[in-house]
Design a protein around this ligand. Sequence first.
Ligand code: FAD
Length: 408
Amino acid sequence: MILISKFVYKPNYKKRMSQDLFQAPDYYQLDDLLTEEHLLVRDAAREWVKREVSPIIEEAAQQAKFPSSIISGLAEIGAFGPYIPEEYGGAGLDQMSYGLIMQEIERGDSGVRSTASVQSSLVMYPIWKYGNEEQRKKYLPKLATGELMGCFGLTEPNHGSNPGGMETKIKDMGNHYLLNGAKMWISNAPFADIAVVWAKNEEGRIKGLIVERGMEGFTTPETHNKWSLRASSTGELIFDNVKIPKENILPNKDGLGAPLGCLDSARYGIAWGAIGAAMDCYDTALRYAKERIQFGKPIAATQLQQKKLAEMITEITKAQLLTWRLGTLKNENKATSAQISMAKRNNVDMALKIAREARQVLGAMGITGEYSIMRHMMNLESVITYEGTHDIHLLITGMDITGISAFK
Ligand SMILES: Cc1cc2nc3c(=O)[nH]c(=O)nc-3n(C[C@H](O)[C@H](O)[C@H](O)COP(=O)(O)OP(=O)(O)OC[C@H]3O[C@@H](n4cnc5c(N)ncnc54)[C@H](O)[C@@H]3O)c2cc1C
């Protein structure tokens, strides 16, 4: 036994579980393009992920439990409404800082980043942009601290890529609306205090409304048995004659463009987040390849493993440049939906490919929970589907460059 163990590669499990050794790759010195504030915000998020997320995330994912203990920490690093003005409790940061925070959180786990994305871009953003002053003051400060958690109901059992076909309806009853229908695949639904829900009125116009937990006829059953985003809680929203007070309608924008505006903001954050997941897979694979000895030398000394690692850093660097530029356009209010689609699609695909390659670099160890790679890979299978699938984002680029929609 002792003799065998001398020759067996023994990963230091304890060290790996308790110590996050992540070192962020910056091959083209992109840090030079960031301001002091960006670096401070990014580093605070990076340290928080190392301290609070890395030690607990594997167990949460294995048990398929959302780690609610991290909610206050997410609020403290400004992950809930980074760009929402301070007067409403947000962090008042720019779009680059928002992206960097999402990158760091997803470096830890895509499920945790999903919770932050939903809260910021799919719940706080519509209340800020499409709500009235009363709604902003009532909900935003509590959403920023995590005292209230929100979810976003757009997808339905019969309408995913085509949300414009939604069947959920509101009926004007004079002093209130009556809401009927169902949403599915809703992140944070099982524990959310409020839901921003999209439904058609009697004229077929899509309206946004705020549904509160406790309203009669509103239930949020959890979706079980996911192999992906296991540390994020997913569920349904079921509305059975729910009375919605008129003051809960978002008055300042309606039509499909309203939910799509929220998705633009979330997809932008995902473009950054995916880089975080890719950086973690690359960094893990690089360290492992330098330590793992086969045929009397580190596997990092072989051409095949170098090819994998070199291609990974090349793709990460290209994505970093694309996304930094998108951030500058976003800050100038010039980024188009199609540009955001391209970055979301490219970066998530890049991260998933890197996760698959990195998993192979680790051999059998790559399938265990001792390393983050397999968890990232499984998570990214959701990220490549939600907020517009890989195919749909390609069709958006196609439509943008040809002027012809191939959706229908
Ligand atoms: C873990 C998770 C969390 C989610 N969280 C939320 C949430 O918080 N809120 C919310 O509203 N939704 C959420 N979603 C739903 C998500 O946005 C949808 O799953 C997504 O929009 C795709 O819809 P669908 O699954 O119904 O696939 P479908 O639309 O049925 O698509 C199936 C396949 O057909 C392809 N396809 C569809 N139309 C076309 C076309 N015209 N041309 C070519 N190919 C096409 C798609 O690309 C895809 O490959 C979540 C999903 C997951 C997995």
